[in-house]
Ligand binder design. Structure first.
Ligand SMILES: [Zn+2]
Ligand SMILES: [Zn+2]
Length: 365
């Protein structure tokens, strides 16, 4: 996630009623739960009363200074809640509507947004990165008419927040880029939040899944979610070869859900001819240029995609599958905590996760 034009937390209107939020004053400085001014409602935007918000490794990256944010800062980008205030110019929404929002919000006016591709808008805003986020009782969202997604009544806030950047990104990676179909083999490299989401979605689509990870707990969870096979990359010197063997020629679609040179390359090498690789895991800094086997790309006519979230208008088909129980993102929620516990949850990400699953903060009323 890239931070661009930053909004300042201190730009909120003085004198507004204070709201509770998790705030850090510097990179790596322990956040505190404190009172901040209620966010100003942007023109064309809304202020949401946050119902639930996911805790994501991207929040940790920003806190640790791997991405620049305006300080002091409120993290949080995987949210669902109720519209508390509407700015001038908003046509589609009313106070009281239950909504969620993609982690990338488009400007609503550029060529990309006009074409429906808000997820790559050059003027994008991202709550929790370009502005104050949702580890707070209130959060401001820009360009509400293009960025808000109505929640079906049967989808609660914790479930909606668990869609976060991970489940929605996995859904779009498999559907729009992977074009995964029933019976296809999918390889998932890295079984954290996004990888397990991909396993669940692919199984629901009738695809066959091979899960790859170095942690046996993550592989066990992938099997529980319906993965046909699991490859332990801590013991297997060549997971790509093993996947080609199991699938008798390679996976139709493969996803690097971790984001490392080794997993990105293995994901490409495990494909069948004309297969499709989708890069979802972030490749930061020195890891950003993995040695891609472009010779294979040509000889086998492979396709390579990057996936950066999902535009709001693409959410309804996914939410319909959540509402009817075909997709169960709630099963990926490992724990539901209060705002006070968010500080500990963020700091806990200094260590690699040993238990696969998503943590969601639920806010009281
Ligand atoms: Zn735009
Ligand atoms: Zn996230």
């Amino acid at each position: 996630m890239r931070a661009c034009a930053h909004e300042d937390l201190r730009a909120a209107r003085p004198g507004d009623s204070p709201v509770k939020a998790v705030v850090y004053s510097g990179y790596g400085v322990t956040p505190t739960v404190t009172q901040v001014p209620e966010p100003a409602c942007p023109d064309g935007g809304v202020v949401l009363a946050v119902g639930a918000t996911g805790v994501c490794r991207s929040d940790w990256h920003a806190w640790r200074g791997h991405e620049r944010v305006a300080l002091p800062h409120i993290p949080g980008h995987e949210l669902a809640g109720v519209i508390a205030e509407i700015g001038p110019g908003v046509r589609r929404w009313r106070v009281g509507d239950r909504v969620t929002v993609p982690f990338v919000c488009g400007c609503g006016m550029c060529d990309y947004c006009m074409a429906g591709d808000t997820q790559v808008c050059p003027h994008q805003t991202q709550p929790g990165f370009t502005g104050p986020g949702s580890f707070a009782e209130r959060v401001a969202i820009h360009a509400a008419d293009v960025n808000l997604v109505a929640l079906p009544d049967s989808v609660d806030f914790v479930t909606a927040a668990s869609l976060g950047c991970r489940f929605a990104t996995a859904f779009r990676a498999l559907m729009a880029h992977g074009r995964l179909g029933p019976g296809d083999w999918l390889a998932v490299h890295g079984c954290g939040g996004v990888g397990l989401s991909a396993v669940m979605i692919a199984v629901a689509l009738g695809a066959r899944v091979i899960a790859v990870d170095v942690a046996s707990a993550a592989l066990d969870r992938a099997r529980e979610l319906g993965a046909t096979a699991a490859v332990d990359a801590s013991r297997d010197p060549d997971p790509a070869a093993t996947i080609r063997e199991i699938t008798e020629g390679g996976a139709r679609v493969s996803m690097d859900a971790l984001g490392s040179p080794a997993t990105a390359v293995a994901s490409v090498r495990c494909l069948r001819r004309r297969g499709r690789h989708v890069q979802v895991g972030l490749l930061l800094g020195s890891a950003s240029t993995p040695p891609m086997p472009m010779d294979l790309l040509i000889a086998q006519e492979l396709e390579i995609y990057g996936s950066h979230g999902m535009a709001a208008h693409e959410y309804p088909p996914m939410l319909a599958l959540v509402a009817d129980g075909t997709l169960r993102p709630d099963l990926l929620v490992r724990e539901v905590i209060g705002l006070e516990d968010a500080v500990t949850a963020l700091a806990a990400m200094d260590r690699p996760s040993t238990s696969a699953g998503i943590t969601v903060i639920e806010l009281a009323g």
